[in-house]
Design a protein around this ligand. Structure first.
Ligand code: NAP
Length: 268
């Protein structure tokens, strides 16, 4: 099969992943395809990336053994009821559909190999953070294929499926928390006299730099924090204010609240 990976759904998330796959060189343009019912979506993804676009999921599944399910949760039932759709034992199905469990996916396509993924929207800029869990039939080789796709637009960790709600709290929801931090830091900069646009850029770059320090040095974040707090200096003054304001416990509670909400939504 010349198509190495096919996306069922060609919306925001599929488009971001296709961009990562092609720009990283994981697969060539003519090895990637997508499908969507509306011609406008198909034309957009085909012209943006130079890939083949099909109208139906049936055509997509016939063209490749590696499928990415990238439709909205409410669209799933209609999708699997489509005439002619044959997803069988040769197919590896990577699902990014939020909240839909492996058991439910295996009920739709009982012979297929499933890997369920919880991505976050930073894959739009190649810096996604995703968690993934394997279904009962997925092999190490299947999981490696999924991992390489996720790595082309960020980083990924394998977790138990029961922990995917916590991945939602920690990585799925947290870009919103980080945007709030950047905005608040910029407010602080403005309060102290820096123009808004410059304050936002400096705050965002500081967060990016701190994240890279953690990932690239492998040091514990607390050790890095200690390293920039000179005795009696400026940084420890700010750290004291954050500790007085219980910022750590606020973040712990925010991740827990998002996780609990994800669990609750999954039960419905
Ligand atoms: N956005 C996020 O930050 C995020 C984060 C984590 C997980 N997710 C999950 O990722 C999935 C996709 O989200 P999204 O934001 O990319 O959604 P989206 O932009 O609405 O894209 C959905 C795509 O599915 C297509 N589609 C609908 N029914 C179809 C069918 N029967 N056959 C083939 N394609 C079909 C739509 O085609 P048309 O354009 O033709 O209607 C559209 O291209 C969702 O399940 C979501 O829960 C999203």
């Amino acid at each position: 099969m010349s198509v190495k990976i096919g996306f069922i759904g060609a919306g925001k998330m599929a488009s971001a992943m296709i961009g990562g796959i092609i720009s990283s060189g994981l697969y060539a343009k003519d090895e990637v395809a997508a499908c969507a019912p509306s011609a406008s979506t198909r034309n957009e993804v085909a012209s943006k990336y130079g890939i083949k676009a099909y109208e139906t999921a049936a055509e997509m599944a016939a063209a490749t053994d590696f499928l990415v399910l990238a439709v909205k949760p409410y669209q799933l039932q209609g999708l699997f009821a489509e005439d002619g759709l044959a997803i069988g034992s040769s197919h590896l199905v990577m699902s990014i559909v939020a909240g839909v469990k492996i058991a439910d996916l295996e009920a739709y396509v009982p012979d297929s190999k499933i890997v369920r993924v919880m991505p976050n929207h930073c894959c739009l800029v190649g810096e996604g953070a995703a968690g993934y869990s394997r279904g009962t039939k997925a092999t190490d080789g299947d999981v490696e294929k999924v991992r390489s796709v996720l790595s082309s637009s960020g980083a990924a960790e394998e977790v138990r499926e029961s922990d995917l709600d916590a991945v939602t709290g920690l990585a799925g929801s947290s870009p919103a928390f980080m945007y709030m931090v950047i905005d608040a830091m910029a407010d602080g900069g403005v309060l102290c006299g820096i123009p808004r646009d410059k304050a936002i850029r400096l705050a965002a770059q500081s967060m990016l730099g701190a994240a890279k320090m953690v990932l690239e040095t492998g040091e514990h974040p607390d050790k890095l924090k200690d390293g920039v707090c000179s005795p009696g200096g400026t940084t420890i003054e700010g750290v004291r204010v954050l500790e007085d304001s219980c910022v750590r416990s606020a973040f712990i509670a925010a991740v827990e609240a998002s996780t609990l909400k994800s669990r609750e939504m999954g039960r419905k």
